[in-house]
Write a protein that binds this ligand. Structure first.
Ligand code: ZN
Length: 267
């Protein structure tokens, strides 16, 4: 019987009978990485979120004990990037298409005999959809479904960045540029890295990216160059640390997900 490490945890490397007959399927965890293809300023590729999703998952899997029953699906690169559609190179799905795609993957996993599905999301614009669709998949299929949002909710970065970056540096700033310098430096145009914080938002008493106030923004409303954050401060060393921090937490959470059970009478 194939073990996950024989195939780098890549589920589609198995044959159909092997997938049908995987042992202890109640505890096998299947991860669907999800990202985006969208503008990331003048200095980062539109594939940035996709590279980050793959890197976090790959690093997290390396941290798990040998034989840990987790399998990954191919990256779903396309996400919902409505906020970036005014910029060339952004390739976005509609909310309806993304919802339907995730649901149909869930239904197919249930039909293949799996019980535990995880969506590992690396793009902020997908967050709301992922969080509600996992409940719908549970209701429709009986699967246990989990969402991981590294850098969005899991392991929010605080150390190593400025206070201003922690509040406003949500796109193509210090964090994402540092991670790209660590994992794909040949794709970073660091000589073009900008420093860009939205003046209008900083005048508000409560930062609108967290807390009780949210608002509908399109990137061009608040960041004409497509960047929110200070990319000039990025370094590969910081990127390695940010990646390790997220991978550590994702690895721990995958272990919780494998062991999780609903126990209505737990004391
Ligand atoms: Zn991004």
């Amino acid at each position: 019987m194939p073990t996950p490490s024989d195939f780098n945890h890549f589920l589609p490397a198995l044959t159909s009978p092997e997938i049908r007959d995987l042992p202890d399927k109640d505890h096998v965890v299947v991860v669907q990485p999800l990202a985006a293809i969208e503008q990331h300023g003048p200095h980062l590729p539109v594939y940035t979120d996709s590279l980050i999703a793959e890197a976090v998952l790959t690093e997290a899997l390396k941290r798990l004990p040998a034989g840990f029953p987790v399998w990954r699906l191919p990256l779903l690169s396309y996400g919902k990037s409505t906020e970036h559609l005014a910029f060339a190179g952004t390739l976005s799905l509609s909310a309806d298409t993304l919802i339907q795609t995730l649901k149909e993957i869930g239904h197919s996993l249930a039909g293949s005999g799996f019980r535990r599905m995880v969506i590992l999301n690396a793009h902020g614009g997908n967050t709301e959809i992922v969080d509600f669709v996992i409940r719908d998949i549970r209701a429709e299929t009986g699967l246990m479904v989990f969402a991981l949002h590294p850098y969005l909710r899991v392991a929010p970065i605080k150390e190593g960045i400025s206070e201003q970056e922690a509040i406003y540096g949500i796109h193509a700033g210090d964090i994402e540029t540092s991670i790209l310098l660590a994992i794909r430096p040949d794709w970073v145009r660091f000589d073009l890295a900008p420093r860009s914080f939205p003046a209008a938002l900083q005048a508000m008493r409560h930062p609108p990216f967290m807390g009780p106030l949210t608002f509908a923004w399109l990137t061009q409303d608040i960041a004409p160059d497509g960047v929110l954050g200070d990319a000039t401060l990025a370094t590969a060393e910081k990127g390695q640390a940010f990646l390790a921090q997220a991978a550590d937490q994702v690895a721990e959470l995958l272990q919780d997900i494998r062991d999780f059970k609903f126990s209505p009478h737990a004391s």
